[in-house]
Write a new protein. Structure first.
Length: 474
């Protein structure tokens, strides 16, 4: 190990890789970030994030003993306890560290169930249709991280693609790199995989997230091609929870219209009405929220066959709520709202069998009136998102697509973000952070803990463990 070129190499220059290298540099490690993209402001999810810092929709600054039950509840006990603790115990200190290196936050009310106050990376994006990232929180924060890394003697190398891991005697000792097209090997006793998941790799999405990757919308940068997961698997790592993703429902027009992603999303009205498939039947519990619903839509035989049905009243009242309301943003930017006075004409307009659509809504309305929504199949829960009666027109419908923001599953890690093998062993020197990791999010609720905290907090944990390991070995 002695004589290695670097102490720590991070694969990927997003909010997992850059802070891992920067924190390691703080602690005296010679750090390198490999970033495949060549652009100064390379496009990645961290660059275009909305920047809302939260832990399972809670304030990141809450005490660990408040965050732990919140994560457990959100993930229905699916999250690995050691990862729950790692997030909860490092959330507040991660924010302190970011503030210390010049990252700025603003407090914002965010959400459409209740406008909870959250810390948001500053300057916050404007909640308009389409992307809005230049000079916004993600962009500003990446530049602050790079400046800090350089001030501490670290290096961010653009145009450097990690192609493989160097494994010697079961330990990771470096990275194979295509650097400006030239193949080379770079050695380090600690390597952090932080390449952002696999949402931009259709072949990896097929059979995990969806059966039809060409019929879901990448609601993200096209940078996450699953290289880290592939390299880790080749090195013997365990993978976990590959089927779930963080995302939202979008208008089907977003498949070809960039003004309709990442905002406006359609969640707010979808959870107030019903979702039907091509046969006019409900197929999911609408009360579970937009992340869950987008996963259910992605897993339909045809993910482009789902339609949200609501009354005109829901569209006019609920649809105008929230931070980026679909009414009027969707209409103003090319999305289609289908309107009909009654269910026969609505069924014709969305091309589903009228008899079945009427039966679906009749059953739903009876259950609503008799307070028996939990008796429906699938059930219609009464938790987070209130049900509304759908017994009088005029009706509205929105044809949907699933917007895939980032995969939730990936490389199995322990509480120090060390990469695990299927038998629970550790691949020495190999860490993973951010969207390339699994074991925290997903499960039966498709629980969402937060992409930002998963990137930043795991980055801190990995860097601090690598620094401690170096101290022990010297
Ligand atoms: C529109 C949008 C809004 C979001 N809003 C929020 C929010 O409000 N709150 C929240 O908590 N989360 C949010 N997220 C999620 C959050 O931004 C991400 O989960 C997080 O930024 C991921 O960081 P990462 O470093 O893991 O991945 P990334 O930011 O994707 O970075 C990975 C980097 O690795 C590079 N790379 C890939 N392969 C290689 C390779 N082989 N070699 C070298 N480099 C490679 C890529 O080019 C990329 O730059 C949002 C995401 C999006 C897209």
């Amino acid at each position: 190990m002695s004589g290695a070129e670097y102490d720590l190499i991070a694969i990927g220059g997003g909010f997992a890789g850059l802070p891992a290298a920067a924190r390691a540099a703080d602690l005296g490690l010679k750090s390198l970030v490999l970033e495949r993209d060549t652009e100064d402001r390379y496009f990645c999810n961290s660059r275009i994030t909305s920047g809302v810092f939260h832990v399972a929709s809670n304030d990141v600054r809450l005490a660990a003993d408040q965050l732990i039950p919140a994560i457990e509840a959100e993930t229905a006990g699916h999250a690995k306890p050691e990862l729950v603790r790692a997030i909860a115990e490092n959330a507040a200190s991660t924010v302190d560290w970011l503030r210390g290196i010049g990252v700025k936050f603003v407090a914002r009310g965010v959400g459409y169930v209740n406008m909870r106050q959250h810390m948001v990376l500053a300057p916050p994006r404007r909640m308009r249709a389409g992307l809005d990232w230049q000079g916004r929180g993600g962009d500003f924060t990446l530049r602050a991280l790079e400046a800090h890394l350089m001030a501490k003697g670290g290096t961010l190398r653009r145009g450097a693609e990690a192609t493989g891991l160097i494994i010697e005697d079961g330990r990771c000792t470096g990275v194979e790199v295509s650097d400006g097209g030239a193949a080379k090997e770079i050695s380090a006793p600690a390597v952090v995989i932080a390449d952002g998941g696999f949402q931009a790799n259709p072949e990896m999405l097929r059979g995990t997230v969806t059966g039809a990757p060409d019929r879901v919308r990448l609601r993200a940068a096209p940078s996450a091609t699953g290289d880290g997961i592939r390299m880790a698997a080749e090195a013997g790592a365990a993978l976990t929870g590959l089927g779930d993703f963080y995302g939202h429902l979008l208008s089907i027009a977003a498949m070809s219209n960039d003004a309709l992603w990442p905002y406006p999303n359609i969640d707010i009205v979808a959870v107030a009405g019903v979702l039907v498939d091509a046969g006019g039947r409900r197929f999911v519990d609408e009360s579970r929220g937009g992340v869950y619903l987008s996963n259910a839509v992605a897993k339909l035989d045809d993910p482009l066959s789902a339609t949200a049905i609501m009354t005109r009243q829901i569209w006019d009242q609920v649809g105008t709520d929230g931070i980026a309301p679909p009414n009027p943003l969707m209409l103003d930017h090319g999305g289609t709202l289908i309107e009909a006075p009654d269910l026969d004409s609505l069924a014709a307009a969305i091309d589903v069998p009228a008899d079945q659509l009427k039966a679906t809504l009749a059953e739903y309305n009876t259950a609503f009136a008799e307070d028996k929504l939990m008796g429906l199949s699938p059930v219609r829960g009464e938790g987070r998102h209130a049900a509304h009666p759908l017994d009088a027109g005029p009706y509205c419908a929105i044809r949907l697509c699933a917007g895939v923001t980032n995969t939730m599953g990936g490389i199995d890690i322990d509480n120090h973000c060390r990469v695990l093998t299927p038998d629970g062993g550790i691949i020495g020197g190999l860490y993973a952070a951010g969207s390339s990791t699994g074991g925290l999010e997903g499960g039966p609720n498709v629980g969402y803990v937060g992409g930002l905290i998963k990137a930043f907090a795991f980055a801190m944990v990995a860097a601090e463990h690598a620094a401690a390991a170096k101290a022990l070995n010297s």
